[in-house]
Ligand binder design. Structure first.
Ligand code: 13P
Length: 678
């Protein structure tokens, strides 16, 4: 039972994915093929307007805007479906869009306003019946997706959705406007560069001829009957009419309707195409709507052709009065011939556009916005174009979309990681701890503690604050502090739990004063009191057993830094004393990196030096306890930290605060450092 349920679940999910991908890829294909040729969509929209007898209801610019919008909507829906962006919203929108399009295709199927709806521009031609069936399939997929979208996965994270959306909008707008301004990047029409027009008009030998069925209507004694050639009756029947029906399509050459005539109606097609030399054809379906900006370039090309004995003529479907106007305004001296408007629009998607022919073969096509210029000494061969493969161009467009998308996706991921890193920093506890060392008598210490407490009460800190005092202060200072603002710590504790150790203070005794922290491993204790990693390990254990948090210090000498051994040194200090702790115990450890050469010398490590070391220390914590724990560990910097440099130091991603010596002895200075977190 469960097995069959999981199987049907699999089918359900598979169906949802299939529906999503069929919709996505179809919409992407139709969006891109339209974006490659927005003028084709404009011409198609004009065909619809002509059918409804309102040819000038919308201006050329409005039609272009509709064409660009249509391909953008299709492309964006395709991208949203593909990546799984805003799935619910996309499922509704897709259903509405495909539903409307299905109604349009039903209308086209019934009333035939156009022979091809133009779904895929000129890239794929479908009959009206095929288009309707295609839309019914898509409608089915849209319904399936509407109810199953939640079972399909997002291919990219939500944080990337806005980025992919913005990039896709910009991409499709750029592609469609570029192709509208210049010529379509891929040319799916029969007048592609490289095509020989006379050859493209021929029916090759042996090509399938169209097959027709001929029937005859005859009459006898007032009765009408239909006959074929096989059962044709005798002469007693009277012939009435013949009917010819196409039963099998034959070969249709790519070009069937190229025909040119002059003003008198004389057919010039053969004579023009028979020219074996170079010919430039200026193509303008309607001179009235032609861009007149490049007239000087056009006239210069005509002059060039005259000088080099090449043919130059214009082809148009304009009225005689428009032709006269064009000649008047542009000073055209070249012959102007007539051709069908649809043919001219098919030849080149620009008004005007230019075609270079040689022996009837198309060697180049230009939009009126980038006509070629030829100087006197320049050969016409220098402007010949390569006819690129359409599939290759489509693949290139897909790559042009994908490569920057991958790049910005990675850049975004990198940025998000960085932000995540910073967030972790903000999530980690930030601490400014004072280490009074052996500087205060009891009265001065009490006064300082009071002052710090009052100052922080008046202006709450943005970080944890700890003051670590000599043993003799602890019991007196503890009751003076508001623990929610300032915590108390000792500067040391014994490596023995209890007993006859004259002069020593145990961790338990420290804790009993009300202190929460203890500094261990300070370089001054290692240096002057010969505390070894082993001794420190004992102290760490005792401190933890007594519920104290430890500020564990590490750092290298100047010689060690000059010998570039700082990493090695701090790693050994950690290994020797704290890296044996359990993950649970580790939660009570705050690390403090204090380069010995910077302590009390006024010589601070630069923020970059400090950051480099702290990042290294964090990486060793990550090796030991994992990345998550490392991200949670508070690591301080100590060594000549003062109000003037604290901000720069604390701005570094791995520096979570400071362990302050000299500057913690004056409430104002200490507060200045605490305020660096504000
Ligand atoms: P200074 O801030 O005086 O350099 O001392 C740093 C220090 O040793 C804190 O423990």
């Amino acid at each position: 039972m469960p097995r069959s349920r999981s199987k049907s679940n699999l089918y359900y999910q598979g169906g949802a994915w299939a529906a999503r991908m069929i919709l996505s890829l179809t919409l992407l294909l139709s969006g891109v093929t339209k974006a490659i040729d927005p003028k084709g969509t404009v011409y198609k929209l004009q065909d619809y307007l002509i059918y409804f007898d309102v040819p000038s209801l919308l201006s050329q610019d409005m039609l272009t805007a509709i064409a660009v919008m249509l391909c953008s909507v299709e492309f964006l829906l395709g991208i949203y479906l593909f990546f799984g962006i805003r799935r619910r919203f996309t499922s509704y929108l897709t259903l509405i869009f495909i539903g409307l399009m299905t109604l349009v295709t039903l209308f086209i199927l019934i009333w035939h306003p156009v022979s091809d709806c133009g779904c895929f521009g000129d890239a794929i031609h479908l009959t009206n019946g095929q288009t309707f069936v295609k839309n019914l399939v898509l409608l089915g997929c849209a319904i399936v997706y509407r109810y199953t979208y939640a079972t399909t996965h997002k291919l990219i994270g939500v944080s990337l959705h806005w980025l992919v959306s913005m990039y896709s909008i910009l991409f499709i707008l750029f592609v469609s406007l570029y192709n509208n301004y210049y010529l379509p990047l891929a040319d799916f029409r029969p007048y592609k560069v490289g095509v020989n027009i006379p050859k493209a008009m021929l029916i090759p030998e042996g090509a399938a001829e169209p097959e027709y069925e001929t029937t005859f209507w005859l009459e006898k004694n007032g009765r009408r009957q239909r006959f074929t050639i096989d059962n044709y009756p005798d002469s007693t029947w009277t012939y009435i009419s013949t009917e010819k029906k196409l039963v099998k399509e034959g070969y249709v050459p790519p070009i069937t309707d190229f025909s040119v005539c002059d003003t008198l109606g004389n057919d010039l097609t053969d004579s023009l195409l028979a020219d074996t030399g170079y010919t430039m054809m200026l193509i303008s379906p309607t001179f009235d709507q032609a861009n007149r900006v490049p007239v000087d370039e056009i006239n210069a090309l005509n002059d060039y052709c005259l000088d080099h004995k090449y043919r130059f003529y214009a082809l148009t479907a304009s009225s005689m009065s428009s032709v006269d106007k064009w000649i008047y305004y542009t000073g055209a001296e070249y012959p102007i011939y007539f051709c069908d408007a649809t043919v001219l629009k098919t030849m080149v998607r620009s008004n005007p556009g230019l075609i270079l022919l040689h022996g009837g073969t198309i060697l180049g096509k230009w939009s009126g916005h980038d006509l070629p210029t030829l100087s006197d000494g320049q050969s016409v061969k220098s402007i010949i174009q390569d006819g690129d493969n359409n599939l290759r161009i489509l693949l290139k467009i897909i790559l042009y979309y994908l490569i920057p998308l991958l790049f910005i996706t990675f850049a975004n991921k990198f940025w998000m990681n960085h932000k995540h890193h910073l967030n972790h920093k903000t999530m980690r506890q930030k601490i400014v701890a004072g280490n009074w060392k052996m500087n205060m008598n009891l009265q001065d210490g009490i006064n300082l503690a009071k002052e710090i407490n009052e100052t922080l009460k008046a202006d709450k800190p943005n970080c944890g604050v700890v003051i670590c005092t000599p043993f003799i202060h602890l019991a007196s200072v503890a009751p003076l502090l508001d623990k929610s603002l300032v915590k108390l710590g000792a500067e040391n504790c014994a490596d023995k739990a209890k007993g006859a150790y004259t002069g020593e203070v145990s961790a338990e005794m420290v804790k009993s004063t009300g202190a929460d922290y203890v500094i261990l491993g300070h370089s001054e204790r290692r240096q002057y009191y010969h505390e070894t990693p082993e001794i420190l390990k004992e102290k760490v254990q005792l401190a933890l057993q007594n519920g104290l948090k430890i500020i564990f210090c590490i750092g290298e000498t100047l010689e060690e830094r000059e010998a570039n051994k700082q990493n090695e040194v701090v790693k050994a200090e950690l290994d020797g004393s704290v890296y044996g702790l359990s993950a649970e115990e580790w939660k009570n450890i705050v690390l403090a990196y204090e380069p010995i050469w910077a302590i009390g010398t006024g010589k601070t490590a630069t923020a970059d030096q400090a950051e480099e070391m702290l990042a290294y220390i964090r990486s060793t914590v990550a090796e030991k306890y994992g990345k998550a724990v490392a991200e949670e560990t508070t690591i301080l910097y100590g060594g000549s930290c003062k109000p003037s440099n604290a901000k720069e130091l604390f701005a570094k991603p791995d520096i979570d605060g400071g362990l302050i010596g000299g500057a913690s002895l004056k409430a104002a200075d200490f507060k200045g450092i605490i305020d660096a977190w504000k």
